[in-house]
Design a protein. Structure first.
Length: 411
């Protein structure tokens, strides 16, 4: 998960070394190239500037370049260690790849390989790729997990004192291709697969958890396999660190037995994000995120029900452990204020608050509001791509709290 990118406690020189590579030049596109407003300017400083002062022979990008040039790839390799409640200590090798094709937004790829103190093996890659002229947008979410994890039951009335350890292997393959049909508007489709096997219940903490309609002791394998249709509006020019912009994605997924799914069931994802400069003349950003997953019918496998922290980048729900809440429907809203601490942009900060609600298992309605909030720091790793090291501390209800690490903004 992207949350696992973390403390640069191992191999600082490697972690801070940007590797620019040259690709073949492309012909100019008929569409206007995106403006570099959301990308850093020459008056900013990043960690690479200070590395260059200490190690003059290390190559860093020319400060005169005001935007990420077409045909170059900025790649990061980041050995690191991390901690979060779901994994405890973890050793990670991950990174970030950012590039731009002719007349297109900045594309980003986040790969990570991790092994944790809880004996979890994690390989996770997310990608958001813009083809020349922004004519097509390709998104992928690929995971292999060997993943013992705690689950707390269904609904919003569960407690952290009652939990069941579930172990399983998991493959997620989400692929979507969308075509531009109007300025910033895309329509497309794809295929989503969630495949779990070797599902084994372990020890129970406290009382037995409540999972009406699901027998977690006898299920050893589950499959959700479906086709997707989506409508996307995205005028962000930098996905790693968005400036003032708007994003909305609506995805309808139909899981079908003829594709290997355990049952036929449809679901709907509505993901909306708004970024505004506040105050208007400042580089500070007020970011608002609404993430909603609805089950429209049928019976999904228990582990495929909407749950905290299972968005594409595993970033929703700061203040709560992953899988803390689960239900047929999940509604989520988060607001974050991102501000500079140093005028150079090297160091920044954030304050955030979020609230979620999930379906109650027996009553059928939604739970009460489940709030969380916190703050954090941002260290500018690369001023061209806008990559920050994010360190956040979040607090939720029922004594939930944790530190979170990330490369890039969380949404």
């Amino acid at each position: 998960m992207k949350k696992l990118f973390s403390l640069l406690a191992v191999c600082w020189p490697l972690a801070l070394y940007a590797v620019p590579t040259t690709a073949r030049a492309q012909n100019p596109d008929s569409l206007t190239a995106p403006q570099p407003d959301s990308l850093p300017g020459t008056n900013q400083r990043d960690v690479l500037d200070y590395v260059h002062q200490i190690f003059p022979r290390i190559h860093v990008t020319n400060e005169a370049e005001r935007q990420m040039p077409v045909g170059r790839v900025f790649a990061w390799i980041l050995p690191s260690v991390s901690y979060e409640p779901q994994t405890r200590l973890a050793a990670n090798i991950g990174g970030n790849v950012a590039f731009r094709t002719t007349g297109a937004n900045v594309s980003s790829v986040y790969p990570i390989l991790a092994y944790t103190q809880n004996k979890q093996l994690i390989f996770h890659t997310t990608a958001n790729v813009w083809l020349p002229g922004n004519r097509y947008n390709l998104t992928t979410d690929t995971r292999y997990l060997h993943y013992p994890q705690l689950t707390y039951g269904l609904g919003g009335s569960t407690t952290t004192q009652n939990a069941l350890l579930l172990s399983y292997d998991y493959i997620r393959l989400y692929q979507s291709l969308s075509r531009n049909v109007a300025p910033h508007l895309y329509v497309g489709g794809g295929y989503d697969l969630d495949y779990r096997w070797n599902i084994r219940p372990g020890t129970t903490t406290g009382d037995a958890i409540s999972t009406p309609g699901y027998d977690l002791t006898s299920t050893t394998r589950t499959v959700s396999s479906g086709l997707t249709m989506n409508i996307l509006y995205d005028n962000r020019t930098n996905l790693i660190n968005p400036g003032a912009s708007f994003f909305a994605n609506v995805k309808l997924r139909g899981n079908f037995r003829f594709l290997g799914s355990d049952s036929n069931y449809p679901s709907l994802l509505i993901d909306v994000r708004k970024y505004v400069n506040w105050p208007a003349s400042s580089p500070n950003i007020l970011a608002i995120w609404s993430f909603n997953t609805l089950t429209l019918g049928g019976t999904p496998p228990y582990l495929d029900l909407p749950s905290t922290g299972w968005d594409a980048n595993s970033n929703m729900g700061r203040g709560y452990i992953q899988s803390r809440f689960r239900g047929r429907n999940l509604l989520y809203v988060e607001t974050e204020y991102r501000f500079r601490i140093l005028h150079s942009g090297l160091l920044g900060g954030v304050v955030f608050g979020n609230v979620q609600s999930v379906s109650q298992p027996l009553k059928g309605g939604l739970s009460g509001l489940l709030p969380a909030g916190g703050g954090g720091l941002r260290l500018k790793l690369n001023k061209l791509s806008g990559v920050n090291l994010a360190v956040d501390y979040g607090v939720g209800a029922d004594g939930s709290r944790s530190v979170y690490f990330n490369i890039g903004e969380l949404f």
